[in-house]
Design a protein around this ligand. Structure first.
Ligand SMILES: Cc1cc2nc3c(=O)[nH]c(=O)nc-3n(C[C@H](O)[C@H](O)[C@H](O)COP(=O)(O)O)c2cc1C
Length: 173
């Protein structure tokens, strides 16, 4: 089965997850792992798309790529700054899944984990929004910034690897 792992990354978190997924897919399956900008063809049996979350959905490069995929078997994964069990993470999952299903793709499975937020963005937020402002630093937000900074960790990477290894095995029967 020809499998493509196509991902977009700004600071490297999503790339780490993509690489781990690639390691889990057995050599016997023809596998390609590429940054989205290097994808020249969609002629694959199974396409795994990796995105990072930008303002509540897949980042633009991944978003545009997803919109080009039609009638395919799909897996997707993403990294985000919010907690993986948050309503925000659920909303992101739903939005991305809908992008695929509206073009008649079949989503076989997905995975998500946290990814450290670019320190430049944190710095910007701190400057832009003073304490007391709804987007400004407060104890919960500061804790989240700190919690997320160690992700994706080994557990996240192993989880992603196992998830897609199983999916590929299931598809192959
Ligand atoms: C401009 C920008 C916007 C972001 N928007 C969100 C968001 O809406 N929700 C969220 O949970 N994380 C958000 N994040 C956090 C990233 O999704 C997260 O850090 C991700 O792991 C980055 O992936 P990368 O290292 O592959 O670029 C944002 C990060 C940046 C830089």
């Amino acid at each position: 089965m020809k499998t493509l792992i196509a991902y977009s990354t700004k600071t490297g978190n999503t790339e780490k997850v993509a690489i781990s997924i690639g390691e889990g897919i057995e050599n016997s399956h023809v596998k390609n792992i590429k940054e989205i900008k290097d994808v020249a063809s969609l002629d694959y049996d199974f396409i795994i798309v990796g995105a990072w979350i930008d303002r509540g959905t897949a980042n633009k490069e991944a978003f545009d790529f997803i919109n080009k995929i039609k009638n395919k078997k799909i897996g997707f994964f993403f990294t985000l700054g919010a907690y993986p069990n948050s309503d925000h993470a659920k909303d992101c999952t739903k939005k991305i899944e809908e992008l695929f299903t509206k073009n008649n793709n079949k989503v076989i499975g997905h995975y998500l984990c946290q990814g450290a937020i670019d320190p430049k963005l944190i710095e910007f937020m701190r400057k832009q929004f003073p304490a007391g402002h709804p987007h400004g630093p407060n104890p919960d937000r500061i804790k989240r910034w700190s919690d997320v900074s160690s992700h994706p960790n080994l557990e996240d990477l192993q989880g992603a690897k196992l998830k897609f290894k199983k999916l590929v095995e299931e598809i192959n029967g």
